[in-house]
Ligand binder design. Structure first.
Ligand code: HEC
Ligand code: HEC
Ligand code: HEC
Length: 114
């Protein structure tokens, strides 16, 4: 009886660790074309941001780590257009610029090619 419980606990722990490693390893693509609706696709260097920012949740607290998450949420009405752009992308780039650090684009045409 005790032995079986121990085996189950050990088995589940191993399963949990493997799942955690697999999930942690899925960083998604290094570059992503973000869906920008009427403004076309926005090229986004994902890996570069992951390496610099370390914390995934800086962005993923607002949308899940899924393919086309932003597009899906906008379609469902659970995410307003320009929210990610204004409250994440531009907000952070402007703050970094102000702080005198390397920063990303703040001008419309640098992100939106059309
Ligand atoms: C600076 C913002 C930002 C950070 C930080 C970030 N991501 Fe993302 N991630 C995005 C965006 C934007 C998308 C694209 C969503 C879409 O296409 O709608 C995305 C998509 C993804 C996807 C789905 C990719 C696909 O198309 O299959 C995964 C998986 C993912 N991220 C994992 C991570 C992990 C793990 C981390 C932390 C190590 C991380 N992200 C950090 C912005 C970020
Ligand atoms: C740092 C890059 C960046 C900059 C700078 C930027 N945008 Fe965006 N924009 C995005 C991203 C990413 C999206 C898609 C996510 C969202 O809607 O929040 C977007 C979405 C949009 C949308 C919504 C389209 C739709 O139909 O869903 C409009 C409109 C837009 N941008 C206009 C502008 C204008 C005007 C400016 C200049 C004042 C600007 N953007 C500057 C990245 C940027
Ligand atoms: C929390 C801060 C933060 C957020 C959020 C963020 N960025 Fe950035 N981004 C940076 C910094 C810092 C740099 C400059 C990196 C460097 O020079 O190494 C940068 C650089 C960039 C660059 C230029 C890359 C290059 O090599 O020239 C693009 C394009 C960009 N960001 C797009 C986006 C878009 C689109 C979003 C929103 C989906 C976003 N960023 C969200 C901090 C952020």
């Amino acid at each position: 009886m005790m032995r079986n419980t121990l085996q189950i606990v050990v088995g589940l722990s191993i399963l949990f660790i493997f799942t955690a490693i697999t999930v942690a390893a899925n960083r998604g693509p290094g570059t992503i074309d973000i869906y920008g609706g009427s403004k076309g696709k926005v090229p986004f260097p994902h890996a570069q941001h992951q390496d610099r920012l370390k914390d995934c949740n800086v962005c993923h607290k607002v949308f899940p780590q899924e393919k086309e998450a932003i597009k899906k949420m906008k379609a469902k009405g659970t995410l307003k257009p320009k929210k990610v752009m204004n409250l994440q992308c531009i907000k952070c780039h402007k703050a970094e610029k102000k702080a005198g650090n390397p920063y990303g684009p703040v001008k419309c045409s640098t992100c939106h090619k059309k």
